[in-house]
Design a protein around this ligand. Structure first.
Ligand SMILES: NC(=O)c1ccc[n+]([C@@H]2O[C@H](COP(=O)([O-])OP(=O)(O)OC[C@H]3O[C@@H](n4cnc5c(N)ncnc54)[C@H](O)[C@@H]3O)[C@@H](O)[C@H]2O)c1
Length: 347
């Protein structure tokens, strides 16, 4: 079993990674928590696959909330439903909430746990690749508003994160590939060895090692900048243009991973314009396409720029833009809005 500890401002998070870990959920939780009851939140796709397998391990009363699957349900209404279910189950501040699912379940449940009775202990069990390498670690929780994604949330570290790569076997292939965009992102910003592993023909056989390397980067970055005011921004490589693409597509035309893949290649092209003469855009395009991701920008450049301008990362007349100048090394660059406009028009 691989193990990492994230030391956050309000305590530490144990992150365990091992095939078969799901089968030992209750034993792992008993090492860390002392609840009288457990509430599991999951979604309608994950519940039939894994809810009973987790719930039946506890010798305690277990209740659950099954959210409808999908980003469109990442709403305050879902959080309120969880509060009501926890109240009717008699949950107190000493009890345990488990988020069992992808990034949507993790974000909604994390926010519910952060706010119910001003905070109840939380265990994340991520079941998508994206959630395993990214969203379950680091303590960001959120829900969407009609005005935009992730506009309401809290920083709230799970005390325990249980990552079992075998649950990825039931993921639709497209959802797995979506998560690979984030894996490749980590390689670009911090560890080119990840990219070498992804280049191997049977890289999926090494998924546990890949997850570990990605989570280690996320842990290191979050420990330095838990509240996202500096270094943590490097995790947004490819996301500035990616978010613009998601927004134009009304969050339904492209998945997050697809949009990030396109955004990373565009960001590499922008790095070239700023004098990084290294053909990394070609290298990255071919790697992303090898794993099954698309890389060409799907909208007119002007529309992408306009959507990007309304993004929350814009600060006055400059935009924080993440540039990868060599594989494994990222910088946060403040780029003047008009300069960025011209660069986007010419990629
Ligand atoms: N908190 C953070 O730091 C952070 C970071 C990145 C992304 N996010 C958020 O994560 C969300 C996206 O997460 P996601 O891609 O995991 O989406 P998701 O939670 O919607 O999961 C994708 C789909 O896979 C299904 N699924 C999950 N696990 C499965 C399994 N093992 N087998 C079969 N089906 C399974 C789900 O039911 C869903 O239909 C977005 O809302 C994004 O904002 C948060």
């Amino acid at each position: 079993m691989k193990q990492l500890t994230l030391n956050g401002s309000a305590g530490s998070s144990d992150i365990l990674i091992a095939a078969g870990l799901l089968q030992t959920t209750a034993a792992q939780c008993a090492r860390v928590f002392s609840p009288s009851r457990v509430h599991i939140v999951t979604d309608s796709h994950v519940a039939p696959l894994y809810l009973d397998a987790v719930a039946q391990q506890f010798d305690l009363p277990v209740s659950s909330t099954i959210l409808p699957a999908g980003e469109e349900y990442k709403r305050l209404e879902a959080v309120e439903g969880i509060y009501h279910d926890m109240l009717s189950a008699g949950m107190t501040r000493k009890d345990l909430v488990i988020a069992l699912g992808g990034g949507v379940t993790g974000d909604v449940t994390g926010f519910a746990a952060a706010t119910f009775l001003r905070g109840v202990p939380l265990c994340q069990i991520p079941t998508t690749l994206l959630a395993q390498v990214d969203s379950s670690v680091g303590g960001k929780t959120a829900v969407d508003l009609p005005e935009g994604k992730n506009l309401v949330g809290a920083f709230y570290q799970p005390r325990l994160v249980l990552i079992d790569p075998t649950v990825l076997e039931t993921l639709p292939d497209a959802t797995f590939i979506d998560g690979m965009a984030e894996v490749i992102k980590y390689g670009c910003i911090k560890n080119r060895g990840i990219l070498d592993m992804v280049r191997m023909p049977h890289y999926r056989e090494n998924i546990e090692e890949l997850i570990y390397e990605c989570v280690k980067i996320k842990r290191d970055v979050v420990e330095v900048d838990e509240h996202d005011t500096g270094l943590r921004m490097i995790l947004n490589f490819g996301h500035t243009i990616g978010h613009a693409i998601e927004k134009i597509g009304n969050y339904t035309a492209h998945t997050h991973g697809q949009a990030v893949a396109m955004g990373m290649v565009a960001a590499m092209k922008i790095a070239q314009q700023l004098g990084t003469n290294n053909d990394l855009d070609d290298y990255l395009s071919s790697l992303l396409q090898e794993v099954g991701l698309l890389v060409d920008l799907p909208y007119p450049r002007e529309a992408i720029f306009k959507a990007l301008l309304s993004d929350k990362k814009k600060m006055g007349q400059t935009v924080n833009f993440i540039l990868v100048r060599s594989l494994g090394r990222a910088d946060i660059e403040q780029i003047d809005v008009e300069t960025l406009h011209q660069m986007i028009l010419s990629i």
